[in-house]
Design a protein around this ligand. Structure first.
Ligand code: ZN
Ligand code: ZN
Length: 367
């Protein structure tokens, strides 16, 4: 028996995604099938399109999903048919050194469907293998994933809101609360105010940062940044803004305690570094080029720190319910993140606007 579904396939780099009918295998031990309600469109999907980042092809992109469990395999515990769930693109093992330390985002034994060394579990109409992307492949009506990769949530949370929790929200808020552990009263700069950047901003507001300086080259993104808690904004496309790091230092009275880079470019990482006060911390949240190089001015006697970050160092089983409780209490904005809605067959348009600099997040909503 196999499961029929529809998915957006990336068959070759540089080509548009193609909507095709595909099949999923029946869920095996420890696996579940989720019928998706919504999938957010993340820059990490966009970065795969042209081959600048490699993933085995053909594949189905998409990793920010939420839906309803439709089938469970043997030996699945803690999740049942009918449960509403958020997908986690790091289905951590729970046993390795990092998982035991409470750092599942660094799990070295990720339990994705393909990672267990078994056969590929998605196939096209001709029976050929389709590879899973980031243990999710959520630009599809249904996904077959490990039970470790689904986090049950309350059924009254709209799925298009819950979907964004699975990447943008946990990454942004986690970068502040877990990776950097920003203290109340800190000065913060956020360079790049897309879907993740907006969550860095509201994470900084949540933990009580004093100044939150938002930097972007898109006026619409800066307007959203203010709604999400930025206290000051800097339009980096405005020549009058001059040197961005200097402008941040001026606004913050000598530099910020934390600078979050949410773009993934060497120049903006250097800007984050230069905008710090002595003792400050720069956090690279943006996805940087594989094996790229970053040049920083040596300034280590000031005890500056540079931190890497994956998935906001989040612990999804703890953080997803926490974030949704804060949303319920009106202390986090989640509904406002999704500014564009698409059907699955509009996925190429949804990805294309990420190049043009639209503000907010696009979401694919399934029937
Ligand atoms: Zn993402
Ligand atoms: Zn692990």
């Amino acid at each position: 028996m196999t499961i029929q579904t529809k998915a957006a396939l990336l068959r070759a780099y540089g080509e548009p995604l193609r909507i095709e009918a595909i099949t999923l295998d029946e869920p095996g031990p420890g696996e579940v099938v989720v019928r998706l309600g919504a999938t957010g469109v993340c820059h990490s999907d966009f970065h795969m399109l042209d081959g600048g980042f490699k993933t085995p092809l053909p594949t189905v992109l998409g990793h920010e999903g939420a839906g309803v469990v439709e089938a469970v395999g043997p030996e699945v515990r803690g999740v049942a048919v009918g449960d509403h769930v958020v997908l986690s693109w790091i289905p951590s093992c729970g046993r390795c050194r990092y998982c035991v330390e409470g750092r599942p985002a660094l799990c070295v034994d990720r339990q994705g469907v393909e990672r267990r060394g078994g056969p590929v579990r998605m196939h096209d109409a001709g029976g050929k293998d389709i590879h899973q992307f980031l243990d999710t492949s959520a630009f599809a009506e249904r996904v077959l994933v490990r039970a470790e990769g689904v986090i049950p949530i309350a059924a009254d949370v709209p799925l298009e809101t819950a979907a964004l929790v699975g990447c943008a929200v946990l990454t942004g808020i986690g970068a502040v609360a877990r990776t950097a552990r920003v203290e109340a009263g800190s000065g913060v700069a956020v360079i790049g105010c897309g879907g993740v950047g907006l969550n860095v901003i509201q994470g900084a507001r949540l933990v009580g940062a004093a100044h939150i300086i938002a930097v972007d080259r898109r006026p619409a993104a800066l307007a959203l940044a203010r709604e999400f808690g930025a206290t000051e904004t800097l339009d980096s496309s405005d020549p009058a803004a001059g040197d961005v790091a200097r402008a941040i230092r001026k606004l913050s009275g000598g530099g910020v305690d934390y600078a979050f880079e949410v773009v993934g470019r060497p120049e903006t990482i250097a800007t984050a570094w230069e905008s710090l006060a002595p003792g400050g911390t720069a956090v690279v949240v943006g996805l940087t080029k594989q094996n790229g190089q970053v040049t920083l001015r040596s300034d280590f006697l000031s005890e500056k720190k540079l931190l890497g970050c994956i998935f906001g160092s989040s612990v999804p089983r703890v953080d997803v319910p926490r974030v949704l409780e804060l949303y319920r209490l009106g202390r986090l904005k989640l509904d406002e993140l999704a500014t564009r809605r698409y059907r699955l067959d509009e996925v190429n348009a949804a990805l294309a606007v990420l190049d043009g600099g639209e503000a907010g997040r696009g979401v694919i909503v399934f029937e």
